[in-house]
Design a protein around this ligand. Structure first.
Ligand code: CAA
Length: 295
């Protein structure tokens, strides 16, 4: 594999493009929004600068990485030579079904179609194509250049050859692949989201404050971030939609999202990306300040 197309230039898309390009692949980032494409390159450049400053890579490696990336706002041109497409568009089933329908039409028959979905069924996404054997989940973790895991999800019809290829490819990226099956939330979010939801319930019921909940989990369980800070980092809207997928998929009320989480999303308090969630965020500041609402 040499040519990779990444659909979507958001946080996950630019991180995925960064990692492929840094490992010598030719990457085309495709997004309908030109400003989003420009923002993605600015983010990748900033993250590469940080790696250079910390001595992780050289200035030449940074330049070579950037030279491996091209931008395209045309879906048709961007995917026509792709050996692999990694879709990292928004977490909406209708959007993904439309993208995979188009990918099936415009990609060569041999192209593997991967999705970075965090919880939507791979088998469902594959049903929009005529090549379900070549559709697979390739779930990267944020921040992609830092996190070692790639959760690889076999759809109902994914062929074992395609799984092996994606496992090998993940290793070439310096990642540790872990293969799981296609049930709601897969493994990562089936376990992570109930923990986050329980943290929100603990706050909602007044068992403890934001800092106390996060400190218990950081210091007591050696988590790099507490669950409420992590929820802000992931995006509260994303957490809510994954919990809804778990609740609908299993039909089990234990996955029902906490009403406080629902209220916060309704009020537009989405965490880091909106500037406020359980904490408030000031651009350029690393200080963690609990949101006024929870003081
Ligand atoms: N690109 C490149 N490098 C980055 C980076 C980025 N976007 N963000 C951080 N880094 C690097 C830093 O340069 C630094 O490198 P060194 O170790 O070489 O110095 C290292 O990562 C640590 O960064 P910082 O010192 O700035 O900050 P930190 O020590 O607080 O770590 C963190 C930041 C890596 C994000 C850490 O807090 C962490 O691991 N948090 C948990 C992240 C997590 O759980 N992610 C999974 C979320 S779930 C998901 O993504 C999937 C889903 O479906 C919801």
């Amino acid at each position: 594999m040499k040519n990779i197309a990444v659909i979507g230039a958001g946080t996950m898309g630019n991180g995925i493009a960064h990692v492929f390009a840094q490992n010598g692949f030719h990457v085309t980032i495709i997004d309908v929004s030109l400003s989003q494409l420009e923002h993605a390159v600015a983010t990748i450049t900033r993250n590469l600068d940080r790696q250079v400053a910390k001595g992780g890579i050289t200035e030449e490696q940074k330049k070579a990485t950037l030279a491996n990336i091209v931008l395209d706002s045309s879906f048709v041109d961007g995917v026509k030579d792709a050996d692999l497409v990694v879709e990292a568009a928004s977490e909406k089933i209708d959007v993904k079904l439309e993208i995979f329908d188009r990918l099936d039409k415009f990609c060569p028959r041999t192209t593997i179609l991967a999705t970075n979905t965090s919880s939507i069924s791979i088998s469902k996404i594959a049903s929009a194509t005529g090549r379900a054997d070549k559709v697979i989940g390739m779930h990267f973790m944020n921040p992609v250049p830092v996190m070692k895991l790639v959760e690889i999800i076999n759809g109902y019809a994914t062929s074992p050859e395609v799984t092996s290829q994606i496992v090998e490819l993940s290793k070439q990226l310096g990642k540790i692949p872990c293969v799981v099956n296609d049930y709601p939330g897969f493994i990562a979010n089936r376990i992570l989201m109930p923990m986050i939801n329980e943290a929100v319930y603990s706050l909602f019921e007044g068992v403890a404050g934001v800092e106390e909940i996060d400190t218990v989990m950081k210091l007591g369980m050696a988590h790099p971030m507490g669950p409420l800070q992590l929820a802000d980092f992931i995006g509260l809207d994303v957490c809510l939609s994954i919990l809804q997928v778990l609740q609908a998929g299993f039909g089990n009320p234990k996955y029902a999202p906490c009403p406080l989480l629902v209220n916060m999303v309704t009020a537009g308090k989405l965490g880091v990306k909106s500037g406020e969630g359980f904490y408030t965020y000031t651009p350029g500041s690393k200080e963690l300040v609990v949101s006024k609402r929870f003081k």
